[in-house]
Design a protein around this ligand. Structure first.
Ligand code: IP8
Length: 320
């Protein structure tokens, strides 16, 4: 039986704010924030290079805890506490030197992001409160994860991506990454998440955890990316609906690119980041030699073995 934690209690209801005036003020405010961020954030040219810190020390591992694994998908704002507990224990056992954790939104971020159409950008003032609710729900989940990690003696620090990432048309445009590399250098485990973020073209957008891990892997020069999801890995079809689905144990970018139907499947069925969408997001990081492993984060022992580089059931994706 899964232990469930209803973190936000009753369903969060939409309380829109009315009036074009408010929308204009909000837009003006967003522009001001944007101008300020322009000044503060690093120029994109310096972002694609591995940081000095990552060159000096062992290379980081980036572990994504999928929302499907750590939350109960069909119960709004409900965490799968037993899975989080188990993952925290395994992460502690693995004793990784430099680890960045990123978790997805699951039943916390996604229903609210959808209800307020956050990913479509700012079109109506009633969405403003939706942005706050979406971000707030993610901070609640983040806190649950961070608290559990700390209980297992992991020096976890929750960091809101909305505080250091800005997107343009939904794609990361600026990312102030030095705080993450500094934390890694000092032995902390930064815990980030998919978030509602400011967008220089649309006002705001949803930054998926998958886009975030790919970018972090490139910028930090990560050695490996591990995705802990709620299935055993990448399969020939959706294992949840097709019993004949076969696990692909090892593949590479050329093989994936040759198989054009992947791209089509991603467009048709996984626009919001299902398995095929994840792979597409990760391609630039795999191109930069971040070996990627997809495992079932809900099965005991898999994440520990993956972190320790031991043989584990899952899908390895290499550059070549
Ligand atoms: O679950 C989306 O992150 P993901 C986060 O990694 C929100 O796609 C806020 C919906």
């Amino acid at each position: 039986m899964q232990a469930e934690t209803s973190a936000l209690g009753a369903k969060l209801t939409g309380a829109g704010i009315g009036g074009c005036e408010v929308a204009l003020v909000a837009k003006k405010k967003l522009k001001q924030v944007d101008a300020q961020l322009e000044k503060q954030l690093e120029p994109p040219s310096s972002q694609e290079k591995p940081t000095r810190e990552s060159e000096l020390k062992s290379r980081a591992i980036i572990l994504k805890l999928g929302g499907s694994a750590i939350t109960i998908k069909d119960k709004p704002c409900t965490a799968n506490q037993s899975v989080i507990e188990n993952l925290a224990r395994e992460i502690a056992e693995a004793k990784v030197q430099q680890l960045v954790l990123v978790h997805g939104g699951g039943s916390f971020g996604h229903p609210l992001a959808k209800e307020y159409a956050i990913n479509e950008g700012l079109k109506h003032p009633s969405q403003i409160i939706g942005f706050s609710k979406t971000h707030d729900a993610m901070t609640v989940l983040n806190q649950l994860v961070v608290e559990t990690l700390i209980r297992h003696n992991i020096p976890a620090v929750g960091i809101a991506p909305s505080s250091f990432v800005v997107t343009k048309l939904g794609r990361i445009e600026k990312m102030k990454v030095n705080i993450i590399s500094k934390m890694l250098e000092m032995g902390f485990v930064p815990v980030l998440y998919g978030d509602a973020v400011l967008d220089t073209s649309r006002g705001f957008a949803i930054l998926s955890g998958d886009q975030l891990i790919a970018k972090l892997a490139i910028v930090l020069g990560a050695e490996r990316i591990i995705l802990g999801v709620d299935v055993d890995g990448l399969c020939t079809s959706d294992p949840k609906s097709d019993p004949s689905a076969r696990l692909i144990e090892h593949t590479n970018l050329n093989e994936l690119k040759r198989e054009h139907s992947w791209i089509d499947k991603a467009k048709v069925t996984d626009v919001t980041g299902g398995m095929y969408g994840k792979i597409i997001e990760l391609i630039p990081a795999i191109e930069q030699r971040a070996r990627t492993l997809i495992v079932n984060g809900t099965k005991q022992g898999t994440v520990r073995r993956a972190l320790c580089n031991e043989k584990v059931k899952g899908t390895i994706i290499d550059r070549e």
